[in-house]
Write a protein that binds this ligand. Structure first.
Ligand code: TZP
Ligand code: MG
Length: 216
């Protein structure tokens, strides 16, 4: 298995969400989050035409490249290949991990969502570079998110070698509750993008994530 991502890349993993955009553009919001210390970017769009998604992905790619952070496309392998993204992130219902790895080749990042230890072990064996595990807290951002217990998160983190990022309902209030799970970082949407000052929110979450990882 190639080492396409590092554990440190997981410290502050941001996932885009247009539903929180106010006056500012998605590009401005992502730039602010990167300035605040984001270490990884996932571009996630659920209702967008192929062409618009390609345009958005190209423009955000510029920001990620300038900052030197990895960026992946959620779900859509074709778009990831078309814009030459660093990789793709898939869920359990987005197609087999082995097939996705074949399509993107060995050098691109493959992230996989896992809710159980079995799914985590299978994804690692089938070629995932990192795992997203959650929802670790309740979230209103993803309607169908299943909750994953602290014990499950902990058992996944101690059973796989690849980096693991926790996701779902993580905020500055509960982040440190993840201490002791051995998780490598946090993936957030609302804790950064739903805040009035995106840059400051990212800074705060990044600091807490570093503290949490150190105390693991
Ligand atoms: N996958 C599991 S929970 C979730 C996703 C995409 C939503 C995370 O959003 P938030 O606002 O950080 O809870
Ligand atoms: Mg998906």
């Amino acid at each position: 298995m190639k080492n396409n991502v590092k554990k440190e890349d997981m410290l502050l993993y941001i996932v885009t969400d247009r539903s929180w955009l106010g006056e500012s553009t998605l590009e401005e919001e992502v730039r602010a989050a990167i300035e605040g210390g984001a270490t990884f970017l996932q571009i996630r769009e659920k209702d967008m035409s192929h062409q618009d998604f390609v345009c958005e992905a190209r423009s955000l790619k510029g920001l990620a490249k300038a900052a030197g952070i990895p960026y992946v496309i959620n779900d859509d392998v074709e778009i990831a290949l078309e814009v030459d993204a660093d990789g793709v992130h898939i869920g359990q219902s987005d197609g087999a991990v082995v097939e996705t790895r074949k399509k993107i080749g060995p050098d691109k990042i493959l992230g996989v969502s896992a809710q159980t230890l079995e799914q985590a072990l299978a994804a690692e064996k089938d070629g995932a570079d990192y795992l997203g595990v959650g929802a670790v807290f309740s979230t209103s951002t993803k309607a169908d998110a299943k909750e994953v217990s602290f014990e499950t998160l902990k058992s996944i983190c101690s059973s796989v070698k690849i980096p693991v990022v926790a996701i779902g309902g993580i905020s500055e209030k509960n982040l440190l509750e993840l201490s002791g799970s051995k998780v490598d970082g946090v993936a957030v949407i609302s804790a950064v993008f739903a805040q009035p000052d995106t840059r400051a929110a990212a800074q705060k979450i990044r600091k807490l994530s570093e503290k949490m990882v150190k105390s693991n």
